[in-house]
Design a protein around this ligand. Structure first.
Ligand code: ADP
Ligand code: XUL
Length: 535
C-alpha cells in the first residue's frame, strides 16, 4: 500500500533493545530485538556490569549506541519500509544516566552515514559506564539531598518519591562529588530515554516529565526542576539537564544519518522518549480510575491518579498521557514467589488444588488474617516473617491449610488495596482492575482480587507493552495537534480487555471491614518483626 504509515517504538531495557512498528490501527507490523549480552565485546551479564562492591551497577553507554545500528540493520535486511515511518518514540529503563562530553552535540549533528554510530560516537561520553537503576551505591547522596529539602517526607511531597539510591539526582551527585573533572567536561546529562531520542534526532532531546519524575530533582506539581535540589547538586546542573517537557512532545525531525543510511523520510518526527513504566501504562491503554496489577515474581501496581498523596513507600510520576494526572508505581516483593511457596507448603505444590482450597474457603476467611513476608518486603519497607491473627485480632501460632491459602491471597490483595488507597486511589464505580503477569492465569486469585477491590477484573494480551506504548505515543503526538483527540479517545476502541471476574454482591461489606482491620494488624506485624529482629 502506497499511503501506509508506520510508527516505531523502541524499548532500551536493561537486557535488550527491542523495536516494534505499528500501523494507524495499532496492528504490529514487525518486531526486532538484540540482547546486549549477544554483542559479546561489551562483556555484560544480563546487560550490565556489577562492580565487585556489589552496589555499583553500570552499562557501557556505547553498547546502547551500537545496539541501535544493529536492530535497524536487521529491519533493513528484512526489507522494512523505513520511508513509511511517520514518527518514532521509545522507552528506556528508568533512572539510568548518560554523560555527553563537550562538543558531542556537534558530532551528533554531523554523523557520516557510511560509518557506524559506534565508531563516530565512542569518544563522546565523559563517563563510559552509565549508572543504571540496579545501582545502590548512593546512600550518602540520598541523605544529603533529603537533608537539603527538609527530610524524607518533604522530598516525597516535592518529587513524588523519597530519595532512592537508583534515582538519577543521587547518581549525578555521586559523579559530581567523586569525579568533579568528569562533571566539568560534561555538556549534557540525559536519561537513557532522552539519550536514545537524541541519537535519532541528531541533537540533544529534552527529558520528558514522566521519566524526569524518577530523578529526585523535579517538582512533580510544577513539572520543572526544583531549584534547591538542583543547586544542592551543583549551581550549573540545570544548564546540563535542559528543560523537562511533556511526554507527548515532538522533539524535531530525524537526523540525516538515519535518512541516508536507512532511507527514513526526512519528515519523520522524533517524539519524546520516556521511562519503560510510563510507556507501559500507555501500552496497556490504562485510563482514569484504573489500576494495572502485574502478578509476576513481584507484584507491581500502576495506578492512574488524579490527586496523589505522596507516600515514602511508592513512586509518583507525572502521567505520560495526561499531564494533569499522575501515575503511581508500587512494587511488592512478596508476589508470585511467595504465593508459590505457600502453595508448596499447604496445597501439595499444585495450583489447581490451591484454587480449590481458595474457592471453598469463605470470603473473609472467617475473620482470619495472615501476613506472609517470606522475603524482606518493600511495602512496608523491610518487614519479614509470617504472622497470623484470629477473628478477634489475637496473634495465633498457625492456621489450617485451607485458611493459609485463603489468608495469603486475601492479605496480599488487601495490602495492594490499602496501599493504593493510601496513595490517593479511589475505589468507586469507575474502578477497573487490569491483571497481567504469570498469576493472571489463576481465576480463583482474580476472583479474590475482584472482591477485595470491589471492581471488575480484566485481562488483555499485550506483549512488549513498553515498546508498543512508545509506538502509540509517537502516533498520538504527531496527530494530536490536528485532530485534538485525547490519548484515551485515540486508543479506547482498540482495547481488547477481557472481563474475567466480577465482585460478589457481599464483597464490599466483607472487605471494607477487613481492610480496616488489615491496616491495624499490618502495624502489629511490622512491630512484631521489629522486636524479633532486635531493631
Ligand atoms: P516475571 O516476569 O516476573 O518473571 P511472570 O509474569 O512470567 O513473572 O510470572 C511468573 C510467575 O507466575 C511464577 O512465579 C509463577 O509462580 C506464577 N504463576 C504461573 N502460573 C500460575 C498459576 N496458575 N497460578 C498462580 N501463579 C502462577
Ligand atoms: C522503576 C525501576 C525499574 C526500571 C527498569 O523505578 O527502577 O522498573 O525502570 O525497568
Amino acid at each position: 500500500m502506497d499511503n501506509e504509515q508506520f510508527y516505531l517504538g523502541f524499548d532500551f531495557s536493561t537486557q535488550s533493545l527491542k523495536v516494534v512498528a505499528v500501523n494507524d490501527h495499532f496492528d504490529v507490523i514487525i518486531e526486532e530485538s538484540i540482547k546486549f549480552d549477544d554483542i559479546g565485546k561489551y562483556k555484560t551479564s544480563d546487560g550490565c556490569h556489577i562492580n565487585p562492591d556489589g552496589l555499583t551497577v553500570t552499562s557501557p553507554t556505547i553498547m546502547w549506541v551500537d545496539a541501535l545500528d544493529i536492530v535497524l540493520g536487521r529491519l533493513l535486511q528484512k526489507g522494512f519500509n523505513f520511508q513509511a515511518v511517520k514518527a518514532i518514540s521509545g522507552a528506556g529503563q528508568q533512572h539510568g544516566s548518560v554523560y555527553w562530553k563537550k562538543g558531542a552535540e556537534k558530532v551528533l549533528a554531523s554523523l557520516n552515514p557510511s560509518s557506524t554510530l559506534e565508531t563516530q560516537l565512542k569518544h563522546c561520553f565523559t563517563l563510559e559506564e552509565s549508572p543504571i537503576w540496579m545501582d545502590s551505591s548512593t546512600k550518602k547522596q540520598c541523605k544529603y539531598l533529603e537533608a537539603a529539602v527538609g527530610g524524607s517526607q518533604a522530598m516525597t511531597d516535592l518529587t513524588g518519591s523519597r530519595a532512592y539510591e537508583r534515582f538519577t539526582g543521587n547518581q549525578i551527585l555521586k559523579v559530581i562529588q567523586n569525579y568533579p573533572e568528569i562533571y566539568q567536561q560534561t555538556e549534557r546529562i540525559s536519561l537513557v530515554s532522552s539519550f536514545a531520542a537524541s541519537l535519532l534526532r541528531g541533537a540533544y532531546c529534552q527529558i520528558d516529565e514522566s521519566d524526569g519524575s524518577g530523578m529526585n530533582l523535579m517538582n512533580i506539581k510544577l513539572r520543572d526542576w526544583d531549584e534547591t535540589l538542583a543547586k544542592a547538586c551543583s549551581p550549573d546542573l540545570q544548564d546540563k539537564l535542559g528543560i523537562p517537557v511533556p511526554t507527548v512532545t515532538v522533539q524535531g525531525s530525524i537526523s540525516k544519518y538515519f535518512v541516508e543510511r536507512y532511507s527514513f523520510s526526512d519528515t519523520c518526527q522524533i517524539v519524546s522518549f520516556t521511562g519503560d513504566n510510563p510507556s507501559s501504562l500507555a501500552g496497556m491503554k490504562l485510563a482514569k480510575g484504573e489500576v494495572a496489577v502485574s502478578l509476576g515474581s513481584s507484584d507491581v501496581l500502576f495506578l492512574w491518579l488524579e490527586n496523589p498523596l505522596a507516600k515514602t513507600e511508592g513512586h509518583i510520576f507525572v502521567n505520560p498521557v495526561d499531564t494533569k494526572a499522575y501515575m503511581a508505581l508500587l512494587c511488592f516483593k512478596n508476589g508470585s514467589l511467595t504465593r508459590a511457596a505457600i502453595r508448596d507448603k499447604y496445597a501439595h505444590s499444585d495450583w489447581s488444588h490451591f484454587e480449590t482450597l481458595l474457592l471453598n474457603q469463605p470470603r473473609g476467611n472467617n475473620g482470619k488474617i495472615g501476613f506472609y513476608y517470606t522475603i524482606a518486603e518493600i511495602i512496608p519497607d523491610g518487614v519479614e516473617g509470617c504472622y497470623y491473627f484470629d477473628e478477634t485480632d489475637q496473634q495465633v501460632e498457625d492456621f489450617a491449610d485451607a485458611e493459609h491459602i485463603r489468608a495469603v491471597i486475601e492479605s496480599q490483595f488487601l495490602s495492594r488495596r490499602v496501599h493504593a488507597e493510601d496513595m490517593g486511589f479511589e475505589l468507586g464505580k469507575d474502578c477497573r482492575v487490569l491483571a497481567t503477569g504469570g498469576a493472571s492465569n489463576n481465576h480463583a486469585i482474580l476472583q479474590v482480587m475482584s472482591d477485595i477491590f470491589n471492581a471488575p477484573v480484566y485481562t488483555q494480551s499485550v506483549a512488549n507493552s513498553a515498546a508498543l506504548g512508545a509506538a502509540m505515543l509517537a502516533m498520538h503526538a504527531v496527530n494530536v495537534t490536528t485532530d485534538n483527540l485525547s490519548y484515551k479517545e485515540r486508543v479506547h476502541d482498540t482495547r481488547n480487555f477481557e472481563l474475567v471476574a466480577q465482585p460478589q454482591p457481599d464483597s464490599k461489606q466483607v472487605y471494607d471491614v477487613m481492610a480496616a482491620r488489615y491496616r491495624k494488624l499490618e502495624k502489629q506485624a511490622i512491630e512484631l518483626h521489629r522486636k524479633q529482629s532486635g531493631q
